[in-house]
Write a protein that binds this ligand. Structure first.
Ligand code: PEP
Ligand code: MN
Length: 342
């Protein structure tokens, strides 16, 4: 339920409503806007009538049931959009951010070379995998804690906040010690014990869309994080599995626009995993920004042909710098028909 209160409601009227929401066994989530104060009441569907009765309480303008299965994530629940802070970087404030770095951290030199180059090209954050979810158990699985130590050095040297994937509940503590933001990979989007554990973390979360997850399932996965107490969540569309095999996945740009329509959370795009092809990364990145993405996460490697994972989709340092130079170029002008006066 959403309880919509007037901005002129007194503190006393507000506290009364909050108290009643708690008495009904619900958690009140208050969000203040210019025109309204919204109190989201989550929990106890059996107390619906009691909550609806608050319509006549002083200061209350309306009580509206939420039809979406996701509640705290829903745009109905919040006035305005969420901005997620990662160090000094704001994700969702209107200026798209770029996160760049290697798929896997392979050595100190590889990470530092990449980190310096992406920073010099204008990236806002550094990515790099320490624990890698690989389809084959014979493939490179990541350097683990050693890679986390390299990430820390790279952050200290470049000043870029870092994001890295955490694959299991056991690793949350150690990864949180080193990383500014924790990534939930596509394969773990519905790992509910991991989501519940991360809900208790103080670190912002980058939640990738599952390989075959619907938009609703993706937003419900985010709901686990918000419901558990962590509202610092950024959604990431990274392509889904379709019948198409020419690209690694199929980038669902409509999901980016729709997720922003349905949710107040920032949404970013991963053009690297979405396409699997280096040649498509720049154009798809521009398309993502055009559709309203709050940022991009892009794989970059100093020598992609030697990469231990995802070389074919990784940009080299020069390629990344060129992408950054063209990312915010204006779109071509339309060939409009010009009406001629009769
Ligand atoms: C990655 O970011 O390197 C990764 C494995 O991504 P995803 O979970 O989207 O496949
Ligand atoms: Mn990768």
């Amino acid at each position: 339920m959403i309880i919509k209160m007037s901005v002129t409601a007194t503190e006393e009227e507000l506290s009364h409503v909050i108290e009643r929401v708690k008495e009904c066994g619900c958690d009140p989530h208050v969000s203040r806007g210019v025109e309204h104060i919204i109190i989201g009441a989550v929990g106890s569907p059996d107390k619906r009538n009691e909550l609806e009765a608050l319509r006549v309480a002083r200061g209350v303008e309306d009580v509206i049931p939420i039809t979406d299965p996701f509640k705290l994530v829903s745009r109905q629940y919040k006035v305005g959009r969420s901005i997620v802070k990662v160090g000094s970087v704001n994700i969702g404030d209107g200026a798209p951010v770029v996160i760049a770095g290697p798929c896997s951290i392979e050595s100190r030199a590889q990470l530092l070379t990449t980190a310096r180059a992406v920073r010099d090209a204008g990236a806002n954050m550094l990515r790099g995998g320490a624990y890698k979810p690989r389809t084959s158990p014979y493939d490179f699985q990541g350097l683990g804690v050693e890679a986390l130590q390299f990430l820390k050095i790279a952050r200290e040297e470049t000043g870029l906040p870092v994001v890295t994937e955490v694959m299991s509940t056991e690793d949350v503590e150690i990864v949180s010690e080193y990383a500014d933001m924790l990534q939930v990979g596509a394969r773990n989007m519905q790992n509910f014990s991991l989501l519940r554990r991360l809900a208790q973390s103080k670190r912002p979360i980058l939640l990738k869309r599952g390989l075959s997850a619907t938009i609703k399932e993706w937003l419900l996965a985010a709901e686990y994080l918000l419901m558990g107490g962590n509202s610092q969540v950024v959604l990431c569309e990274r392509g889904i599995k379709t019948f198409e095999t020419e690209t690694r996945n199929t980038l669902d740009l409509s999901a980016v626009a729709l997720a922003k329509e349905l949710s107040h959370l920032p949404v970013i795009v991963d053009p690297s995993h979405a396409t699997g092809r280096r040649s498509l990364v720049a154009s798809v990145s521009r398309a993502a920004i055009a559709v309203g993405a709050d940022g991009l996460i892009i794989e970059v490697h100093p020598e992609p042909e030697r990469a231990l994972s995802d070389g074919p989709q990784s940009l080299d340092l020069e390629g990344f710098s060129q992408l950054m130079d063209h990312l915010d170029e204006p779109l071509p002008k339309l060939a409009r028909t010009v009406a001629v006066a009769a």
